[in-house]
Design a protein around this ligand. Structure first.
Ligand SMILES: C[S@@+](CC[C@H](N)C(=O)[O-])C[C@H]1O[C@@H](n2cnc3c(N)ncnc32)[C@H](O)[C@@H]1O
Length: 467
């Protein structure tokens, strides 16, 4: 692993650098501009931030004091006042000279993902749509910084193009006035390339700036406005747009806010296009009904996303076509402030994690039989104050046994493979008190002298492996 590009930063005390106010254009009188070198990406997260080096498949956690300075570097900075640092950073391959531009490494990686996911879908595309796709890929490759804190997780360029195609090519459907409400997905680019009059409202000024730059470079026009959707909407823009596109976070408050704003800005009878994470389908339909929107079409698994390290994301979402009807009414009024508490929470991520335990090379196999396993579960029930509403014991010849019990919220499963001497536990959801009790008894009986243990945790699973 090549860490030199990132390691050099540790010595530079970036927190001591002055904060340069963000500018819409390169700083005046700038003699020399710099940008993050190809393959280097800054990801700003809620708890920590990371620099990712795509060429070395390497990443570095960034001290929060450096984040401002690095964000300026990602934007293209003249390094005024700290010129002495520039040669060191350029020599380390971390910075490159010149104004910000599309990153060829990032374009290669994202383009590769697009090929895997979208090649078949793209076969029927006209030269105009293909040109829109190329411009969208170039725009995505300009993004050198991701802002996870406000829910940013972009779709692949091929998905952005397919979203734009649900509006259509202006040469076929006529030129539409289109608004992207939040656009880290950069759908504005293919829409503009397909001939529409496009505006973007977003809270993220960095995003707006590089989107504006990418459009200028491409010779198309995209109007960008820094807007916080929690604030009242600009009165002059109410009811102005033919189509509004959005990709809200999957929770009630965000659905209500983003859809209410979209309704206020759309012409009567106009169209709304929204992404919906499948597990929140029922919630989305409830909110859409409360708002009086009609659902015209539902495209399952339409949207594919990539991570901040430019890998394919496990997340995917549906694309839903809605229409304003005579009864459509926003629940958040256009001239009102809104103060949702959970705007950036994904509801599906609130699902509690499960526990998986694997105990290898267990001893006392004569006690790893259905009768004793059943007894062990009795003891766990008592110790952890757990009630199994239904319990089943299975036995497969001499090789394996399973005890399965349902709890009020999920289940507990104990599996022993006597041939391989492996005992596994699955507990859904993970209840620490129950896990503690079952681990304690299993270790005492079958694994009193473990050689090593490891734990891997994520927001969906706790995995314990004891050898
Ligand atoms: C809510 S994010 C989610 C998108 C993402 N593709 C997903 O599903 O994970 C979509 C866009 O909304 C923008 N955004 C978030 N909060 C906003 C707010 N309060 N006002 C305006 N735009 C906002 C983000 O910057 C981003 O570009």
């Amino acid at each position: 692993m090549n860490t030199s590009r990132l390691a050099v930063l540790d010595s530079l005390q970036l927190d001591k650098l002055p904060r340069i106010p963000p500018a819409r254009t390169p700083p005046e009188g700038a003699t020399q501009l710099y940008h993050l070198a190809d393959g280097i990406i800054l990801s700003i997260g809620p708890t920590n931030s990371r620099l990712v080096d795509l060429t070395g498949d390497d990443e570095l956690t960034v001290d929060f004091r450096y984040v401002n300075a690095l964000e300026q570097l990602a934007l293209g900075w003249d390094m005024k006042g700290v010129e002495q640092l520039a040669p060191k950073l350029v020599a380390a391959g971390f910075l490159a000279e010149g104004p910000p531009r599309s990153d060829s490494v990032l374009a290669g990686v994202i383009g590769g993902l697009d090929d895997v996911v979208g090649r078949e879908l793209a076969t029927g595309w006209s030269p105009r749509v293909k040109a829109a796709h190329e411009a969208t890929l170039r725009a995505h490759a300009r993004r050198k910084r991701f802002f996870e804190q406000i829910g940013q997780c972009p779709v692949l360029p091929e998905t952005a193009v397919r979203r734009a195609l649900t509006v259509g090519d202006a040469e076929v459907v006529g030129k539409k006035k289109v608004l992207c409400l939040g656009d880290d997905d950069l759908v504005a680019m293919p829409l503009a390339m397909l001939g529409h009059e496009v505006s973007v409202f977003d809270i993220d000024d960095f995003l707006l700036r590089f989107l504006g730059d990418a459009a200028r470079e491409q010779g198309v026009s995209i109007e960008t406005r820094e807007v916080d959707l929690r604030d009242p909407m600009p009165p002059d823009l109410l009811g102005q747009y033919d189509v509004v596109l959005t990709d809200p976070m999957a929770n009630r408050e965000c659905f209500e806010l983003f859809l209410s704003r979209a309704i206020a800005l759309t012409k009567p009878g106009g169209r709304l296009l929204s992404a919906v994470f499948p597990p929140t389908t029922k919630l989305f339909k409830t909110v859409a009904t409360e708002l009086g929107l009609s659902i015209d079409a539902w495209h399952a698994r339409h949207n594919r996303y990539y991570t901040h390290a430019a890998k394919l994301h496990w997340y995917e979402s549906d694309w839903v076509e809605l229409r304003l009807t005579e009864t459509t009414k926003p629940t958040v009024l256009a001239d009102a402030f809104s103060v949702p508490l959970n705007l950036y929470r994904e509801d599906f991520a609130q699902r509690r994690p499960s526990f998986i335990g694997t105990f290898e090379d267990i001893g006392e196999l004569r006690f790893a039989m259905p009768y004793f396993l059943d007894l062990l579960v009795d003891v766990v029930e008592k110790a952890a104050d757990l009630t199994l509403t239904h319990r089943v014991v299975h036995a497969g010849e001499n090789d394996w046994s399973v005890v399965h019990g349902t709890t009020e919220e999920g289940h507990l499963l104990l599996h022993v493979d006597r041939r391989r001497k492996v005992l596994s536990i699955e507990l859904v959801p993970f209840v620490p008190q129950v896990e503690d009790a079952i681990r304690h008894f299993v270790m005492n009986v079958y694994k009193p002298n473990p050689a090593e243990a490891s734990v891997v945790t994520s927001n969906i699973v706790w995995e314990l492996r004891v050898r």
